[in-house]
Design a protein around this ligand. Sequence first.
Ligand code: ZN
Ligand code: ZN
Ligand code: FE
Length: 756
Amino acid sequence: MKGLVQGVGFRPFVYRLAHIYGLTGWVENTNENVVMRVTGKSEAITLFVASLTHEAPRTAVVEEVLVDNIEAEEYAAFTIGKSQNISAQITRISPDIGVCEECLTDISLSGNRLDYSFVNCTHCGPRFSIIRDLPYDRANTTMAHFEMCPDCRKEYETISDRRFHAQPTACIHCGPRYELWIKNKLFTVDIRLILNTISRLIDSGGIVAMKGLGGMHLACNAFDDKAVKRLRLLKNREAKPFAVLFRDLESAQKYTETDAIETQSLCSWRRPIVLLQLKNINVTQEQLSPNIAAGLQQLGVMLPYMPFHYQLFEQLKINAIVLTSGNFSSEPIVIDNQVALHQFSDKTDAVLLHNRDIFNRTDDSVVKVIGGKERVFRRSRGYVPTPVAMPLSCDGIIAFGAELTNTFCVGNKTNAFLSQHIGDLKSMETTAFYEETLARFLHLFRVKPQLLAVDLHPDYISTRTAERFRPLPVVAVQHHHAHIAACMAEHHLDEKVIGIALDGTGYGADGHIWGGEFLVCDLNDFIRITHFEYVPLPGGDLASEEPWRMAVVYLYKVFGRDFQKLKLPFLQQIEPEKIEVILQMIDRKVNCPLTSSAGRLFDAVAALLGLCQAAAFPAQAPMLLESLLTRQSEYSPEYQYKYATNENISFDDTIRGIVNDVLAGVNASIIAMKFHNTIISIIFETVKSMCRQTGIQKVVLSGGVFQNGYLLENVEILLKNENLMVYSHETIPTNDGGIALGQMAVASKRRDIQCV
Ligand code: ZN
Ligand code: ZN
Ligand code: FE
């Protein structure tokens, strides 16, 4: 059997099945797969083989079962053999798994796991975050220095036990423990006292730093506006939404809308942050702090996944706490105990640490359900390091990724191992994390570097990191080609497709800044068929932090200097002198690169509506714009603005229409809907005409703009109604977190056809 079948209780599962069907023989782990040999009645063997896939443990991923009939051999019983290393090849490392029901029962019963926060078994617990090397044995994890007590050892060695070969297994006598620090002093290691103290602190408005599975968290009362504001100050995070950990599903559903798929994501063993629509809460109910996700209609929701989370909610009076990563602005999440004490002791009311080291840092993952499917926006805890099966060999390729929202990717055979979310490489600490993790991935997945894949942008830090691996050959991949290739790789496509890449920024093949691109491409190369019309980007990167600049750009383009006479409320928010500076920059072409960015167009419209003049975090303006849509908003071609498609796609008429509506006092949510519909319509009409011209029937959608649920869902419906095959991202981020996978796909193709 191939797939993720190790470290998830697979051999004991096989053992139990063999007993059920009265079979004898053996099962063994090798480095590459799980091998078994069984003797028994042929009907029983057939049922056994079927059950291997259908009844596999929830965290196992069975990819292939190869069955062969061989000469029968007599065995006295069914046995589990030792792990064998038959080659330098590896199989899989399981992502970290949320605590299971049975383990939760264990901590409520008397015995050596009563109140024990580090309980785990073969079905649950830490994996990737504690693994230093392969094979997956305790000695290769951060549990190595904890000697198992006789009781734990016995469970570990008993085939029928749920903890048979559970590498991180432990109990109150032999395992890790929590320690609570207050004002830089060790306060207690007693778990009851810890729980009492922390719950009292949080209930009453304090902030606690808590060491989690993949890094430090900061927690506070989600209903206490003062506490949330203080947390924002502490983190130096003005407005970016915080995630909320709810006591249970029922509490989460009081505040957010959840359909069946969203519930499934919330409750899955991966336990991601799920972005959900906020409900209109009746006034009698306790209100979540409006500072958690200011101005947005969606909330990032998580359910408990560590034993400690459950223990804490037993003591807490409230049903929800803010749980955000323990870091400062764009630095990576803190994992080291000493660093945590140093950074958080003075700024928080208590620091909770434990002595099970985190080796691989992972943030909480973020997903959103769009069009009935879970889409991963930030891929980290619970998802990494599951590889992507590539259409071609990517052996020895390193793809270095983009600049913001960075991830990288390394290749072994046809497996592409995409790293966890790394972050913004413009911070030095993040760059150090990037380099360290890259070295670890190369070792862990036994990759011998042969070929490098980078972004076309000459100044990306990721591109410069690749220089260190010279003189290996380098493939430079255009950003939007990489977006489409990432989505193709995710869906195992290796052919000509129509690719629509809409995002914030990417370095274009003509040196301009792209972001609204309609391509015909395969994994090797692309042709740009059309794009959003170029406009100046006054101040370059600064323009994306100040959406009002883009509003001025579009107004100036459409109305000339007369736009300043328009009675737009938005213009009253900006000083005329500042506007004048922008106009001069445009006139004189000073620091005004050209851009076809879709993200900047969304920025302009959001600013025009007075939603956001300065962005507190990337994509804030487009998110606020999307937030004006309700679940009841529906695509209708009558509700949209005009646009022009000549040499490229021009929005002059769109801007004119929006300005008219604003001046006529039309409700902002109607304008937002009409604008979204305009973009949907443009994609729909352009794709249809591209299909007619090329005969291609497969359409691939990628880029950060497709995180917009209304846009993605409606584009998919329209195109599918035309009998086109539509592909969008699910397990790989549609934002720049997917770029490395696309770079890898392109590099593997070019090597395959010997273009490297
Ligand atoms: Zn368990
Ligand atoms: Zn023990
Ligand atoms: Fe991008």
